[in-house]
Design a protein around this ligand. Structure first.
Ligand code: URA
Length: 167
């Protein structure tokens, strides 16, 4: 671990996308979602017409890279959470997309499976929140067949895009 990775994008955006933790690339560049998963996420956003420079702010639950890219522990999530909550307050987004189970656990405090919760709008503290599959999951299961994670995520992000640009 070299540095803190706080966020990237437009701090005034209506859409906040929250990931898990920085990986090796993110640690090097000091920005979230710039490695393989980030590139896939950017492509998906482009495909549904979301401008990832102008209309999104990206951050992670965990602000520094866990050793060997392991999943953050509950203790680590709890230690980093006050910073995440402060960051949400400052960005003040209308919509939040939680990518994967760590972000889901940190913000929604549920242990549900992603497959059960993804794609639904959940209201919390005056914001609309959607859980989607983590892009690293799509890298592991890259099938583009209908009803597989990739297409489902595209559908979820289309839903996000229509809300975001209907303002
Ligand atoms: N890069 C990030 O910044 N966050 C993730 O969750 C995965 C990759």
């Amino acid at each position: 671990m070299k540095r803190l990775v706080i966020g990237r994008g437009n701090v005034y955006a209506d859409l906040l996308i929250i990931g898990e933790a920085p990986g090796a690339e993110e640690d090097l560049e000091g920005k979230p979602y710039v490695g393989k998963s980030g590139k896939l996420l950017n492509n998906l956003l482009r495909e549904v017409g979301i401008d990832n420079k102008k209309d999104v702010y990206f951050c992670n639950v965990i602000k520094c890279r866990p050793p060997n890219n392991r999943k953050p522990t509950t203790k680590e999530i709890n230690i980093h959470k006050p910073w995440l909550l402060q960051q949400i307050k400052l960005v003040d987004p209308k919509y939040i997309v939680l990518t994967g189970s760590t972000a889901m656990k940190a913000i929604l405090e549920v242990k549900d499976s992603i497959s059960n919760l993804r794609g639904e709008w959940i209201e919390k503290d005056g914001r609309e929140i959607m859980v989607i599959f983590h892009p690293s999951y799509l890298l592991r299961f890259p099938s583009k067949e209908i009803n597989k994670p990739y297409q489902l995520t595209l559908k979820d992000l289309e839903n996000v895009s229509s809300k975001l640009y209907a303002l």
